[in-house]
Write a protein that binds this ligand. Structure first.
Ligand code: BG6
Length: 514
């Protein structure tokens, strides 16, 4: 295999890539979770830790340390963790696995401004060096509202918990989205975190990047010869990225009403999907090379000059979903009765590069849409000439390659085929690849994959600072434009507001019905 100069400088990514097939097991370490009694920790993080333990991917010296306000001891936290693992584990709950893991569970009780509690936490980490041989290695997971970040980070600085200059080992911090509210607050947040941790030790979680199908997008594009030659404006008519949810906002009004669909998911999950779809081939499959290519795409995004026409926001009204009557957004518990927060957002973006010049990228996301589905649809241009009778091709649409991120994870290719019979009638058919059928292994949960990557120190699937800031540069002008406009209502259970349909109709296109 030919080795490039960059590979020479960086080590050997090809060999590293081969090594990745072997189970990667972190060094002995502690995972410290702030906000461990919250929803995310119970539903995602603790089950992910259990699943990693069950798969034998945690080191023998591993400790899970919870920090929260409750007046609890280790046993109480272990009981919560057991319950979370029993309910949420993907790999099935096993007593023997749990017993091993529960021996390493610790809890420190206190509020974020409580110096004593942080001193105890620091002391516990030191003790774990002796009992578990963690050698100072610790990942700190901030599963807390961003408003709390400054206090917690200051405490880490005061107790020198994040500092490895004396005790050695590594210290990493995991930051959950939202990464700020806009560009300004994202920069402030980044400065705050960078003040305590070095940039390469900051892991920003966008759990969409942990999804198997999202990673497969890179395999599809760069491991095959079939797709890349047509992956550009010469052949692609447009791209549609849909992230639809049938659920409403549940009990998250406090957060959601200050964010809305654009800040909640367009800024991160959807723009990340766009960047992986549109990026150039990275020179290696490693964090630096992949993040560099994504950054270029995000930096090349252009907003339409006419936001009135090409940026739509909506809010769900009451309606029917799955035979059940559901309330309007304004009637959800905790939502202010006059709220103008959007639960749906759609926008047409461009990417100003030679590959994508002139190709519209239509993005949409919404809650209370007819179903939960995330997909990337690459829609190809029609054949420049058809040698058939036009009445025989009336049902022939555009060729489409659809990457189904979830559910029914897989890929569909739509193309024209002859209808059996004596006429040369051509109609669209689908060819399907389904993960569930092609592979016997089930996919790890996104958090399982990402947590393991944090403990190993592999930042490939974590957006870096510039990506976050560039994404806000796309979202900020939209928010500004929407600031004094009310969102358009759409009925729960329908595919969003009418303006979203009109937006595509104006371009002579229609949204796919996933
Ligand atoms: C989160 C958003 O990041 O992603 C939620 O804050 C959304 O509003 C969720 O429901 C969707 O994640 P998934 O993995 O269920 O598609």
């Amino acid at each position: 295999m030919t080795r490039t100069a960059a590979e020479g400088l960086r080590g050997n990514p090809l060999r590293d890539a081969r090594d990745r097939r072997l189970p990667r097991i972190p060094e002995p370490c502690a995972l410290v979770v702030f906000g461990v009694t919250g929803d995310l920790a119970r539903k995602k993080l603790i089950p992910a830790v259990y699943d990693l333990a069950n798969r034998g991917l945690l080191p023998p010296g591993f400790a899970l340390l919870g920090f929260a306000r409750r007046d609890w001891g280790d046993g109480d936290f272990a009981a919560l963790a057991r319950d979370a693992a029993e309910k949420g584990a993907r790999t099935g709950f096993r007593e023997d696995v749990w017993r091993r893991l529960s021996d390493s569970i610790r809890f420190v009780s206190g509020s974020f401004d409580d110096d004593d509690a942080f001193d105890r936490l620091a002391q516990t980490l030191v003790e774990l060096e002796d009992t578990h041989g963690i050698q100072g290695n610790a990942a700190f997971y901030l599963s807390i509202p961003p408003a709390m970040f400054p206090t917690v980070l200051k405490q880490m600085q005061r107790t020198r918990m994040a500092d490895n200059s004396e005790r050695g080992g590594w210290r990493r911090v995991v930051v959950e989205k939202p990464f700020g509210q806009d560009l300004k607050s994202a920069r402030e947040l980044n400065a705050l975190v960078d003040n305590v941790f070095t940039p390469q030790d900051v892991f920003r979680i966008d759990h969409y990047l942990g999804k198997e199908t999202v990673q497969n997008l890179l395999a599809l594009r760069f491991a095959n010869t079939l797709f890349e030659p047509v992956w550009n404006g010469n052949f692609v008519d447009s791209v549609q990225i849909t992230m639809a949810e049938d659920v409403g906002i549940g009990s998250r009004a406090g957060f959601y009403d200050t964010a809305g669909a654009a800040r909640d998911v367009l800024q991160n999950h959807v723009l990340q999907l766009l960047s992986l779809t549109a990026m150039e081939e990275p020179v290696a499959f490693d964090a630096e090379a992949i993040r560099t290519e994504k950054t270029k795409v995000l930096g090349a995004i252009s907003l339409p000059p006419d936001l009135e026409t090409y940026a739509v926001r909506g809010q769900y009204d009451q309606g029917w979903l799955g035979g059940v009557r559901v309330p309007s957004y304004l009637d959800e518990p905790g939502v202010p009765p006059t709220s103008a927060t959007e639960t749906y957002a759609a926008v047409r973006l461009g990417i100003e590069t030679r590959r994508w010049a002139g190709v519209p990228f239509y993005l949409r996301t919404g809650k209370r849409l007819p179903k939960r589905v995330t997909e990337i649809a690459v829609i190809f241009k029609k054949a420049p000439h058809l040698p058939f009778d036009s009445t025989d091709t009336e049902e022939l649409g555009h060729n489409q390659l659809v990457i189904r991120v979830q559910p029914d994870e897989g890929i569909t290719l739509r193309f024209g085929s002859k209808v059996p019979g004596s006429a040369m009638e051509v109609r669209d058919v689908s060819m399907d690849f389904l993960y569930g059928e092609a592979f016997t292994e089930s996919s790890p949960e996104a958090y399982e994959r990402l947590l393991l990557d944090v403990l190993i120190g592999d930042a490939t699937l974590f957006p870096r600072n510039e990506e976050v800031e560039l994404s806000w540069m796309v979202i900020d002008p939209l928010e500004e434009f929407w600031a004094d406009r009310r969102p358009e209502l759409y009925r729960a259970g329908e595919w969003g507001p009418r303006s979203a349909e009109e937006m595509l109709a104006r371009d002579g296109r229609v949204w796919r019905r996933p």
